[in-house]
Design a protein around this ligand. Structure first.
Ligand code: KDG
Ligand code: MG
Length: 412
């Protein structure tokens, strides 16, 4: 059989998503996530204008061959736009292969290595009191691991920090967005690393005091520290037994994590903005990290992420796949199937999509007792309702940006 069409669906049910829809000559449809937060239309064009025409008529069962063809042949390799486009095609082809076999995708990836995937929720609060309320809320839902982010005195807006919405829900969406057809500029936030470093250890102390030692606590530094600042925070959090410290520095210079390692035994996680196994080469071979943060969506699909995890597994490094709302339900399902199958799974981020998003993407994955499971429908187990999708036009949307108190640009 052969690839008959590759459509690209851009939809915005609450936030923007880009989905590749691959249809075979015998009528099987596969879905792939190509959502790149704030750069959605660049990937949509890459897929529509440069990838789709080269795939028509090809044998859809040659998943590895097509991955290598899309990676090696255009001459220009890697980068988030390219790798998200490759990811979408790769996921769609795996979806098709599993649907044709009549099995959930994890069965084609080696079968289940576990009964479910330990997941963590995003708990946050502008004060320690509201943070505690959020953690209590997640514990009631069954979570056994939470990422904690808290307000810092003197700073108004910080990545990942918000109080519960009226009605008690903790859903939030970091990207701001414009009306249909309107332009927008990202909002600007003010950042002060010294204030953050002074405050955060006291937040961990208060949470341990309230919830005891068993609950797994994670934290995301969101790329904001210099190497020596990151080393200090990793050391200062050690007494509170963090599960991990994520993105303590920007990840481009892999060697800086040597310095962090010299000062601390706090486990480190990095990689949500990486897109290839080569971004991890030093980090993995020198065991400078403990968890791989990539998602199938941004790291070349199931084939690309599996390469990374096979390499990481040789060094005893585990997965902590990126699972924010900007990874679509299709991308999330890909993460879950791979996570269930690989030996070196660690933990899965779980930031549930809104009810509106789920009217467009119907998901089969389930959450119970702190564990996610991809479900047992054939393929990825996600359906795209194209009529519903068409009701939600693309709207420009961007993550905020950061400035230091003197106005200079800092990492967000
Ligand atoms: O698109 C960027 C978001 O996915 C990112 O800011 C979320 O850091 C994040 C996380 O750990 O989920
Ligand atoms: Mg992160």
């Amino acid at each position: 059989m052969a690839i008959e069409s590759v459509d690209v669906v851009v939809t915005s049910p609450g936030r923007n998503f880009v989905t590749a829809v691959v249809t075979t000559s015998d009528g099987v449809v596969g879905l792939g996530d190509a959502t790149l937060n704030g750069r959605e239309l660049a990937v949509a064009s890459y897929l529509r204008d440069h990838v789709a025409p080269t795939l028509l008529g090809r044998d859809e069962s040659q998943i590895e061959w097509i991955w290598q063809y899309l990676y090696r042949s255009p001459y220009w390799r890697r980068g988030p736009v390219t790798m998200s486009a490759i990811a979408a095609i790769d996921m769609a082809l795996w979806d098709i292969a599993a649907k044709k076999a009549g099995v959930p995708l994890y069965q084609l990836l080696g079968g289940a290595s576990r009964s479910g995937l330990l997941s963590y929720a995003h708990a946050s609060g502008t004060t320690v009191e509201t943070l505690h309320e959020a953690i209590h809320g997640y514990l009631e839902q069954g979570f056994r691991a939470v990422r904690i982010q808290a307000g810092v005195p003197g700073l108004d807006q910080i990545y990942g920090v918000h109080d519960a919405a009226p009605g008690g829900t903790y859903e939030y969406e970091p990207a701001g967005r414009a009306a249909v057809g309107e332009a927008m500029r990202p909002t600007e936030e003010t950042w002060d690393t010294a204030a953050y470093l002074r405050h955060l250890p006291s937040v961990f102390a208060a949470v341990r005091e309230e919830f005891g030692g068993v609950l797994r606590l994670l934290h995301d530094g969101h790329h904001r520290m210099s190497p020596i600042e990151a080393a200090r925070l990793a050391r200062d959090l050690e007494p509170y037994d963090p599960f991990w410290l994520e993105d303590c520095t920007p990840g481009e210079d892999q060697s800086v994590l040597r310095l962090v390692r010299q000062h601390s035994t706090t486990p480190l996680a990095i990689g949500e903005v990486f897109n290839s196994v080569y971004d991890y080469q030093t980090l993995i071979t020198e065991r400078l990290i403990d968890y791989v943060r990539s998602s199938a969506t941004h790291a070349g699909g199931i084939t690309g992420l599996r390469q990374i995890m096979t390499f990481a597994g040789i060094y005893g490094i585990r997965s902590g796949f990126h699972g924010p709302t900007d990874v679509s339900p299709v991308g999330m399902a890909a993460n879950l199937h791979l996570g269930l199958a690989i030996h070196n799974f660690g933990i899965q981020e779980y930031m549930p999509h809104s009810a509106l998003t789920k009217t467009v993407f119907r998901t089969g994955y389930r959450f119970a007792d702190g564990l996610l499971h991809p479900g047992d429908a054939p393929g990825l187990g996600v359906e795209l309702d194209r009529e519903e999708a068409a009701k939600h036009e693309y709207r420009p949307a961007y993550l905020p940006v950061n400035r230091l108190r003197d106005g200079s640009v800092h990492d967000w």
